[in-house]
Design a protein around this ligand. Structure first.
Ligand code: PLP
Length: 386
């Protein structure tokens, strides 16, 4: 007998309102648009879509990205300051492999995206936490971390953070801290690796400016992705950064041997974007996810017992709940699951053992407003039993 192997990463649990997955809503994946774009692109580009792509990535997509970034961010990446990637996980992997050296110290805001930690540890890089609060990364903590390394005769190789619509907290770095951070990084010759995966999913007006758009050339490597705004299965993203870093990625053995990453996907997406359908799709996503966020936040406000604190994300997928002191989210989880709702305990997102035990992450992207309201009610009951 042949084993049937899985096709997709997500495992659905029957009867569970599962707020653990930071994945796009399946009914919002643009199957029709991708299908039409693929057919039109193949008609036009034919063999150019099926051979090895240029090492930097497909020209039509790079051109569209450069024009759009110039329009939306007020800064155009030069031709040598942008490269197509297979998404932000791939971009981070390539930075770790090609720009950092095993054993280098990387400063990481804490809490942080837990799977980026896994990528950086694969290399292996030494990770040093820098605490964040409700305004994002704390600059005083960053300065203290750099000073402490200096006393030990070491320098951090880079700083990894998610400054806009953070995973897991939903918080965005404040404008004041953005300005100071960029200045500090330039002065310290510290590479900022800006994970900008949620930028387009903004629900209350324009997203804050990217660190990349604010910084002198070479200070920030900003990773952007089509995973949350089109489809993660495309495995497609881009990186804007200094010409030296971009050049190192483009000239890698990987690309020399295999050409640009996800070439076929890049050609399909370039077609979709050129047709104007990208902007329409993003507008639809914003409306749908805003409704989900609002449903979850208003139900949490009604059902959570006193003493809980809830983050108010202006974009992205996540709400962060801090429980009254003494409660442990990991201990609550089995009881929550017994009622049909699941979440990720906060300790998962911290590098330092013992932090975040009284917090939890709720991902609102995958479920309908009705399901989210039901989840909030169940969570409130479970937390209130203590
Ligand atoms: C902060 C953050 N970075 C990166 C990723 C993964 O990005 P990609 O699918 O582009 O590899 C995610 C997905 O959950 C994320 O939340």
């Amino acid at each position: 007998m042949i084993d049937i192997l899985p096709t997709i990463q997500m495992v659905r649990r029957a009867g569970m309102i599962d707020l653990t997955w930071g994945h796009p809503a399946t009914e919002l994946l643009p199957v029709e648009e991708i299908s039409r774009a693929a057919a039109a692109m193949l008609d036009r580009a034919g063999i150019e879509a099926l051979t090895y792509g240029a090492d930097q990535g497909a020209g039509p997509l790079l051109d569209w990205l450069r024009t759009r970034i110039a329009r939306t961010e007020g800064r155009a990446p030069a031709a040598g300051e942008i490269v197509i990637t297979a998404g932000n996980s791939d971009a981070l992997e390539q930075i770790c492999a090609l720009w950092a050296h095993p054993g280098d110290v990387v400063l990481v805001e804490s809490p942080t995206y837990h799977l980026a930690v896994r990528i950086m540890r694969d290399h292996p890089l030494e990770l040093a936490p820098v605490v964040a609060d409700e305004f994002g990364l704390r600059i005083d903590a960053l300065e203290a971390a750099i000073a402490s390394l200096r006393r030990a005769g070491r320098r951090p190789r880079m700083l990894y953070l998610v400054p806009t619509f953070h995973n897991p907290t939903g918080v965005s770095l404040s404008p004041e801290r953005r300005a100071v951070l960029v200045e500090l990084a330039a002065a310290e010759d510290l590479l900022i690796v800006e994970d900008d995966v949620y930028r387009e999913l903004t629900y209350d007006g324009p997203a804050p400016p990217s660190l990349w758009s604010m910084a002198p050339p070479g200070v920030v490597a900003r990773m952007g992705s089509f995973a949350k705004v089109l489809a993660p299965g495309l495995r497609l993203g881009w990186l804007t950064g200094g010409a030296a870093l971009v050049g190192r990625l483009v000239s890698s053995g990987l690309r020399d041997s295999g050409g640009g990453t996800s070439h076929f996907a890049a050609m399909v997406v370039a077609e979709l974007c050129a047709s104007g359908r990208f902007e329409e799709h993003v507008a639809r996503l914003r409306v749908a996810y805003r409704a989900r966020r609002d449903a979850l936040l208003s139900a949490l406000a009604i059902h959570l017992p006193p003493g809980c604190r809830v983050s108010m994300p202006a974009g992205g997928y996540f709400v962060w709940v801090t429980l009254p002191a003494g409660l442990d989210a990991a201990e609550l989880l089995p009881r929550a699951e017994a009622t049909g709702v699941s979440f990720l305990p906060g300790a998962r997102f911290h590098l330092e053992g013992g932090r975040g035990t009284n917090a939890l992450r709720l991902a609102f992207s995958l479920h309908t407003p009705e399901e989210l309201a039901e989840a909030a009610q169940k969570l409130g009951e479970v937390i209130g039993e203590n």
